[in-house]
Write a protein that binds this ligand. Structure first.
Ligand code: P6P
Length: 343
Protein backbone atom coordinates (compact mmCIF):
# COMPACT_ATOMS: atom_id res chain seq x y z
CA UNK A 1 0.00 0.00 0.00
CA UNK A 2 1.42 3.35 -1.05
CA UNK A 3 -0.13 6.63 0.06
CA UNK A 4 0.99 10.17 -0.72
CA UNK A 5 1.74 10.97 2.89
CA UNK A 6 -0.13 14.20 3.60
CA UNK A 7 2.27 17.02 4.35
CA UNK A 8 -0.35 19.06 6.20
CA UNK A 9 -3.32 18.48 8.45
CA UNK A 10 -6.34 18.28 6.16
CA UNK A 11 -9.76 18.00 7.76
CA UNK A 12 -12.53 16.17 5.94
CA UNK A 13 -14.47 19.43 5.60
CA UNK A 14 -11.54 21.10 3.83
CA UNK A 15 -11.02 18.04 1.62
CA UNK A 16 -14.71 17.96 0.65
CA UNK A 17 -14.57 21.64 -0.32
CA UNK A 18 -11.41 21.09 -2.38
CA UNK A 19 -13.03 18.12 -4.14
CA UNK A 20 -16.15 20.18 -4.81
CA UNK A 21 -14.04 22.86 -6.50
CA UNK A 22 -13.05 20.22 -9.08
CA UNK A 23 -16.68 20.38 -10.28
CA UNK A 24 -17.64 23.97 -11.25
CA UNK A 25 -21.23 22.78 -11.72
CA UNK A 26 -21.41 21.53 -8.12
CA UNK A 27 -24.12 23.11 -5.97
CA UNK A 28 -22.64 21.99 -2.67
CA UNK A 29 -25.57 19.67 -1.90
CA UNK A 30 -23.49 16.50 -2.14
CA UNK A 31 -20.81 18.13 0.00
CA UNK A 32 -23.48 18.91 2.57
CA UNK A 33 -24.51 15.26 2.69
CA UNK A 34 -20.90 14.22 3.31
CA UNK A 35 -20.53 16.81 6.11
CA UNK A 36 -23.69 15.52 7.77
CA UNK A 37 -22.56 11.90 7.44
CA UNK A 38 -19.23 12.79 9.08
CA UNK A 39 -21.12 14.41 11.98
CA UNK A 40 -23.36 11.34 12.37
CA UNK A 41 -20.25 9.13 12.34
CA UNK A 42 -18.69 11.11 15.20
CA UNK A 43 -21.85 10.76 17.29
CA UNK A 44 -22.20 7.03 16.61
CA UNK A 45 -18.48 6.48 17.28
CA UNK A 46 -18.79 8.13 20.67
CA UNK A 47 -21.71 5.86 21.62
CA UNK A 48 -20.18 2.65 20.22
CA UNK A 49 -16.94 3.27 22.09
CA UNK A 50 -18.80 3.44 25.40
CA UNK A 51 -20.95 0.36 24.72
CA UNK A 52 -18.38 -1.86 26.41
CA UNK A 53 -18.64 0.21 29.59
CA UNK A 54 -22.21 -0.81 30.30
CA UNK A 55 -21.07 -3.48 32.78
CA UNK A 56 -18.42 -1.29 34.38
CA UNK A 57 -20.97 1.47 34.79
CA UNK A 58 -22.68 -0.86 37.21
CA UNK A 59 -25.90 -1.13 35.29
CA UNK A 60 -28.13 -3.75 36.84
CA UNK A 61 -28.60 -7.00 34.89
CA UNK A 62 -25.57 -6.19 32.76
CA UNK A 63 -26.22 -9.22 30.54
CA UNK A 64 -29.72 -8.09 29.70
CA UNK A 65 -28.76 -4.44 29.42
CA UNK A 66 -25.74 -5.36 27.28
CA UNK A 67 -27.99 -7.35 24.98
CA UNK A 68 -30.51 -4.57 24.95
CA UNK A 69 -27.70 -2.03 24.52
CA UNK A 70 -26.48 -3.75 21.35
CA UNK A 71 -29.97 -3.77 19.91
CA UNK A 72 -30.38 -0.12 20.92
CA UNK A 73 -27.10 0.75 19.20
CA UNK A 74 -28.57 -0.36 15.88
CA UNK A 75 -31.60 1.83 16.51
CA UNK A 76 -29.46 4.67 17.88
CA UNK A 77 -27.20 4.65 14.82
CA UNK A 78 -30.21 4.61 12.53
CA UNK A 79 -31.89 7.51 14.32
CA UNK A 80 -28.63 9.49 14.44
CA UNK A 81 -28.19 9.28 10.67
CA UNK A 82 -31.85 10.05 9.93
CA UNK A 83 -31.86 13.07 12.27
CA UNK A 84 -28.53 14.35 10.95
CA UNK A 85 -29.73 14.28 7.35
CA UNK A 86 -33.53 14.64 7.23
CA UNK A 87 -33.69 18.44 7.45
CA UNK A 88 -30.70 19.62 5.37
CA UNK A 89 -32.78 19.96 2.22
CA UNK A 90 -30.38 17.78 0.19
CA UNK A 91 -32.27 14.47 0.34
CA UNK A 92 -35.66 13.49 -1.04
CA UNK A 93 -35.77 10.17 0.86
CA UNK A 94 -33.63 7.62 2.70
CA UNK A 95 -33.50 3.84 2.94
CA UNK A 96 -32.05 1.96 5.90
CA UNK A 97 -31.29 -1.67 6.68
CA UNK A 98 -33.20 -1.05 9.91
CA UNK A 99 -36.42 0.18 8.26
CA UNK A 100 -38.70 -1.93 6.00
CA UNK A 101 -39.86 0.91 3.74
CA UNK A 102 -38.24 4.06 2.41
CA UNK A 103 -37.90 6.90 4.96
CA UNK A 104 -39.59 10.09 3.72
CA UNK A 105 -38.36 13.59 4.48
CA UNK A 106 -40.64 14.97 7.24
CA UNK A 107 -43.32 17.44 6.23
CA UNK A 108 -42.10 20.99 6.54
CA UNK A 109 -38.58 20.14 5.43
CA UNK A 110 -37.39 20.90 1.88
CA UNK A 111 -36.66 17.92 -0.35
CA UNK A 112 -33.40 17.77 -2.29
CA UNK A 113 -32.17 15.90 -5.34
CA UNK A 114 -30.37 12.97 -3.67
CA UNK A 115 -31.29 9.70 -1.97
CA UNK A 116 -29.26 8.17 0.85
CA UNK A 117 -29.19 4.41 1.42
CA UNK A 118 -27.35 3.02 4.43
CA UNK A 119 -26.69 0.22 6.87
CA UNK A 120 -26.39 2.20 10.11
CA UNK A 121 -24.44 -0.34 12.15
CA UNK A 122 -23.45 -3.48 10.32
CA UNK A 123 -22.16 -6.35 12.42
CA UNK A 124 -23.48 -4.88 15.69
CA UNK A 125 -23.57 -8.33 17.29
CA UNK A 126 -19.76 -8.09 17.32
CA UNK A 127 -19.76 -5.11 19.66
CA UNK A 128 -19.78 -7.12 22.89
CA UNK A 129 -16.61 -8.94 21.79
CA UNK A 130 -14.95 -5.71 20.68
CA UNK A 131 -14.76 -6.63 17.00
CA UNK A 132 -14.94 -3.56 14.75
CA UNK A 133 -18.36 -2.69 13.32
CA UNK A 134 -19.32 -0.21 10.63
CA UNK A 135 -21.73 2.11 8.89
CA UNK A 136 -22.07 1.75 5.09
CA UNK A 137 -23.66 4.41 2.87
CA UNK A 138 -24.58 5.06 -0.75
CA UNK A 139 -25.85 8.23 -2.48
CA UNK A 140 -27.80 8.32 -5.76
CA UNK A 141 -29.61 11.11 -7.62
CA UNK A 142 -33.40 11.26 -7.63
CA UNK A 143 -34.76 10.10 -11.00
CA UNK A 144 -38.53 10.33 -10.49
CA UNK A 145 -40.62 13.46 -11.01
CA UNK A 146 -41.98 15.42 -8.05
CA UNK A 147 -40.27 16.53 -4.88
CA UNK A 148 -40.57 13.45 -2.72
CA UNK A 149 -38.38 10.40 -3.14
CA UNK A 150 -39.97 7.13 -4.22
CA UNK A 151 -38.97 3.47 -4.15
CA UNK A 152 -37.97 3.73 -7.82
CA UNK A 153 -35.33 6.30 -6.87
CA UNK A 154 -33.73 3.70 -4.59
CA UNK A 155 -33.81 0.82 -7.08
CA UNK A 156 -31.01 2.09 -9.31
CA UNK A 157 -27.98 0.05 -10.43
CA UNK A 158 -24.85 0.75 -8.41
CA UNK A 159 -23.11 2.41 -11.35
CA UNK A 160 -25.49 5.35 -10.80
CA UNK A 161 -24.04 6.12 -7.36
CA UNK A 162 -22.57 9.61 -6.96
CA UNK A 163 -20.93 8.86 -3.61
CA UNK A 164 -20.38 5.85 -1.39
CA UNK A 165 -18.31 4.81 1.59
CA UNK A 166 -18.19 3.46 5.07
CA UNK A 167 -17.19 4.24 8.63
CA UNK A 168 -15.25 1.61 10.56
CA UNK A 169 -15.46 1.81 14.35
CA UNK A 170 -12.27 -0.09 15.08
CA UNK A 171 -8.99 0.59 16.91
CA UNK A 172 -9.62 4.03 15.48
CA UNK A 173 -12.69 5.40 13.76
CA UNK A 174 -12.13 5.91 10.03
CA UNK A 175 -14.38 7.30 7.32
CA UNK A 176 -13.54 6.07 3.81
CA UNK A 177 -15.43 7.41 0.80
CA UNK A 178 -15.42 8.07 -2.92
CA UNK A 179 -17.30 10.49 -5.17
CA UNK A 180 -15.75 8.95 -8.26
CA UNK A 181 -12.47 10.82 -7.78
CA UNK A 182 -10.51 8.03 -6.11
CA UNK A 183 -10.87 6.68 -2.57
CA UNK A 184 -9.81 8.66 0.49
CA UNK A 185 -9.60 7.71 4.17
CA UNK A 186 -10.00 9.99 7.18
CA UNK A 187 -9.13 9.07 10.76
CA UNK A 188 -11.07 10.60 13.64
CA UNK A 189 -8.90 12.45 16.16
CA UNK A 190 -11.20 12.25 19.19
CA UNK A 191 -9.12 14.85 21.04
CA UNK A 192 -10.29 17.53 18.58
CA UNK A 193 -13.37 15.80 17.14
CA UNK A 194 -12.09 16.06 13.57
CA UNK A 195 -11.72 13.50 10.76
CA UNK A 196 -8.20 14.09 9.36
CA UNK A 197 -6.98 12.92 5.95
CA UNK A 198 -4.82 9.90 6.74
CA UNK A 199 -5.14 7.70 3.64
CA UNK A 200 -5.31 9.77 0.44
CA UNK A 201 -5.83 7.96 -2.88
CA UNK A 202 -6.16 4.43 -1.54
CA UNK A 203 -5.28 1.74 -4.11
CA UNK A 204 -6.02 -1.93 -3.37
CA UNK A 205 -2.90 -4.11 -3.71
CA UNK A 206 -3.22 -6.74 -6.43
CA UNK A 207 -3.05 -9.72 -6.23
CA UNK A 208 -4.37 -9.83 -2.70
CA UNK A 209 -2.86 -11.45 0.38
CA UNK A 210 -6.06 -12.20 2.28
CA UNK A 211 -9.06 -14.47 1.75
CA UNK A 212 -12.12 -13.58 3.85
CA UNK A 213 -14.81 -16.28 3.82
CA UNK A 214 -16.87 -18.20 6.39
CA UNK A 215 -16.00 -21.73 5.33
CA UNK A 216 -18.33 -23.28 7.92
CA UNK A 217 -20.82 -23.14 5.02
CA UNK A 218 -18.55 -25.19 2.74
CA UNK A 219 -20.93 -28.17 2.82
CA UNK A 220 -23.67 -25.87 1.47
CA UNK A 221 -21.68 -24.40 -1.44
CA UNK A 222 -21.97 -25.70 -4.99
CA UNK A 223 -18.94 -27.35 -6.62
CA UNK A 224 -17.61 -24.31 -8.55
CA UNK A 225 -17.50 -22.31 -5.29
CA UNK A 226 -15.70 -25.15 -3.51
CA UNK A 227 -13.16 -25.29 -6.38
CA UNK A 228 -12.71 -21.51 -6.19
CA UNK A 229 -11.94 -21.63 -2.47
CA UNK A 230 -9.45 -24.45 -3.08
CA UNK A 231 -7.80 -22.20 -5.67
CA UNK A 232 -7.54 -19.27 -3.24
CA UNK A 233 -6.06 -21.61 -0.64
CA UNK A 234 -3.40 -22.81 -3.10
CA UNK A 235 -4.70 -26.38 -2.90
CA UNK A 236 -5.00 -26.91 -6.66
CA UNK A 237 -1.43 -25.81 -7.39
CA UNK A 238 -2.60 -22.91 -9.55
CA UNK A 239 -1.57 -20.08 -7.22
CA UNK A 240 0.13 -19.23 -3.94
CA UNK A 241 -2.07 -19.81 -0.91
CA UNK A 242 -3.82 -16.72 0.50
CA UNK A 243 -3.93 -16.06 4.26
CA UNK A 244 -7.45 -16.55 5.63
CA UNK A 245 -8.69 -13.60 7.70
CA UNK A 246 -12.40 -13.45 8.65
CA UNK A 247 -13.83 -11.57 11.63
CA UNK A 248 -17.49 -11.81 10.63
CA UNK A 249 -17.87 -8.05 10.32
CA UNK A 250 -18.22 -6.95 6.70
CA UNK A 251 -16.71 -3.49 7.05
CA UNK A 252 -13.73 -4.79 9.08
CA UNK A 253 -13.01 -7.58 6.59
CA UNK A 254 -13.48 -5.28 3.60
CA UNK A 255 -11.30 -2.51 5.06
CA UNK A 256 -8.39 -4.86 5.82
CA UNK A 257 -8.52 -6.23 2.28
CA UNK A 258 -8.79 -2.72 0.77
CA UNK A 259 -5.56 -1.67 2.46
CA UNK A 260 -3.70 -5.00 2.40
CA UNK A 261 -5.09 -6.58 -0.74
CA UNK A 262 -7.44 -9.54 -0.78
CA UNK A 263 -10.93 -10.77 -1.50
CA UNK A 264 -14.07 -10.99 0.63
CA UNK A 265 -16.45 -13.75 -0.40
CA UNK A 266 -20.00 -14.38 0.74
CA UNK A 267 -21.28 -17.04 -1.67
CA UNK A 268 -24.87 -18.14 -1.96
CA UNK A 269 -25.50 -21.21 0.18
CA UNK A 270 -28.41 -23.46 1.11
CA UNK A 271 -29.23 -21.23 4.13
CA UNK A 272 -28.98 -18.05 2.04
CA UNK A 273 -29.76 -18.90 -1.61
CA UNK A 274 -29.27 -15.23 -2.57
CA UNK A 275 -26.29 -14.78 -0.27
CA UNK A 276 -26.63 -12.84 2.98
CA UNK A 277 -25.42 -9.35 2.19
CA UNK A 278 -27.65 -6.59 0.89
CA UNK A 279 -27.22 -5.22 -2.63
CA UNK A 280 -28.30 -1.61 -2.21
CA UNK A 281 -26.53 -0.51 0.97
CA UNK A 282 -23.72 -3.04 1.38
CA UNK A 283 -22.58 -4.57 -1.94
CA UNK A 284 -23.15 -1.48 -4.13
CA UNK A 285 -21.30 1.07 -1.97
CA UNK A 286 -18.36 -1.28 -1.34
CA UNK A 287 -18.25 -2.16 -5.03
CA UNK A 288 -18.06 1.56 -5.96
CA UNK A 289 -15.28 2.11 -3.42
CA UNK A 290 -13.27 -0.92 -4.50
CA UNK A 291 -13.53 -0.13 -8.23
CA UNK A 292 -12.37 3.41 -7.55
CA UNK A 293 -9.40 1.88 -5.69
CA UNK A 294 -8.57 -0.35 -8.68
CA UNK A 295 -10.42 -3.47 -7.52
CA UNK A 296 -13.58 -5.25 -8.65
CA UNK A 297 -16.83 -6.75 -7.34
CA UNK A 298 -19.11 -9.48 -8.72
CA UNK A 299 -21.98 -11.66 -7.59
CA UNK A 300 -20.15 -14.50 -9.34
CA UNK A 301 -21.63 -13.90 -12.77
CA UNK A 302 -22.29 -10.13 -13.02
CA UNK A 303 -20.46 -6.94 -12.12
CA UNK A 304 -22.18 -5.76 -8.92
CA UNK A 305 -22.57 -2.19 -10.19
CA UNK A 306 -24.47 -3.36 -13.28
CA UNK A 307 -27.15 -5.31 -11.38
CA UNK A 308 -30.64 -3.81 -11.59
CA UNK A 309 -32.22 -3.99 -8.12
CA UNK A 310 -35.79 -5.23 -7.78
CA UNK A 311 -36.30 -4.95 -4.02
CA UNK A 312 -35.10 -2.52 -1.38
CA UNK A 313 -33.54 -5.16 0.90
CA UNK A 314 -32.61 -7.74 -1.67
CA UNK A 315 -29.62 -9.93 -0.92
CA UNK A 316 -26.80 -10.80 -3.30
CA UNK A 317 -23.79 -13.14 -3.33
CA UNK A 318 -20.63 -11.01 -3.08
CA UNK A 319 -17.01 -11.40 -4.17
CA UNK A 320 -15.22 -8.08 -3.69
CA UNK A 321 -11.56 -7.05 -3.55
CA UNK A 322 -8.35 -7.17 -5.58
CA UNK A 323 -9.19 -7.29 -9.28
CA UNK A 324 -7.19 -10.36 -10.29
CA UNK A 325 -8.71 -12.33 -7.40
CA UNK A 326 -12.24 -11.23 -8.33
CA UNK A 327 -11.51 -12.09 -11.97
CA UNK A 328 -10.57 -15.60 -10.78
CA UNK A 329 -13.99 -15.85 -9.13
CA UNK A 330 -15.74 -14.70 -12.32
CA UNK A 331 -13.74 -17.16 -14.44
CA UNK A 332 -14.44 -20.12 -12.16
CA UNK A 333 -18.09 -19.28 -11.48
CA UNK A 334 -18.95 -18.66 -15.13
CA UNK A 335 -19.21 -14.90 -14.86
CA UNK A 336 -18.38 -11.99 -17.17
CA UNK A 337 -14.81 -10.67 -17.33
CA UNK A 338 -14.91 -7.50 -15.25
CA UNK A 339 -13.55 -4.28 -16.66
CA UNK A 340 -14.98 -2.04 -13.92
CA UNK A 341 -14.31 1.69 -13.91
CA UNK A 342 -11.54 1.56 -11.36
CA UNK A 343 -9.71 4.85 -11.46
P1 P6P B 1 -21.73 -15.01 8.85
C1 P6P B 1 -22.77 -9.36 10.22
O1 P6P B 1 -23.89 -10.02 10.78
C2 P6P B 1 -22.88 -9.51 8.70
O2 P6P B 1 -24.04 -8.93 8.22
C3 P6P B 1 -21.65 -8.92 8.04
O3 P6P B 1 -21.14 -7.82 8.72
C4 P6P B 1 -20.67 -10.07 8.00
O4 P6P B 1 -19.76 -9.98 6.93
C5 P6P B 1 -21.61 -11.27 7.83
O5 P6P B 1 -22.87 -10.89 8.38
C6 P6P B 1 -21.11 -12.48 8.58
O6 P6P B 1 -22.02 -13.53 8.29
O7 P6P B 1 -22.79 -15.86 8.20
O8 P6P B 1 -20.33 -15.38 8.37
O9 P6P B 1 -21.82 -14.92 10.34
Amino acid sequence: MVYNTPTSVVTIDRFIIEQERLHPEATGELSGILYDLALAAKIISSKVRRAGLVDILGSAEAENVQGEMQQKLDVFANETIVKALDHGGRLCAMASEEVPDIIPIPDGFRCGKYCLLFDPLDGSSNIDVNVPVGTVFSVVRKITRGARGELEDMLQPGRRQVAAGYVIYGSSTMLVYTTGQGVHGFTLDPSIGEFLLSHPNIRIPDPGRYLSVNDSYEQHWDEPVKALMRRYRGLDGERKAMSVRYVGSLVADFHRNLLGGGIFCYPANVKSPQGKLRLLYEANPLAFVVEQAGGAATDGTRRILDIHPTELHQRIPLYVGSKSDVDTASAMLGGEKLTGVGA
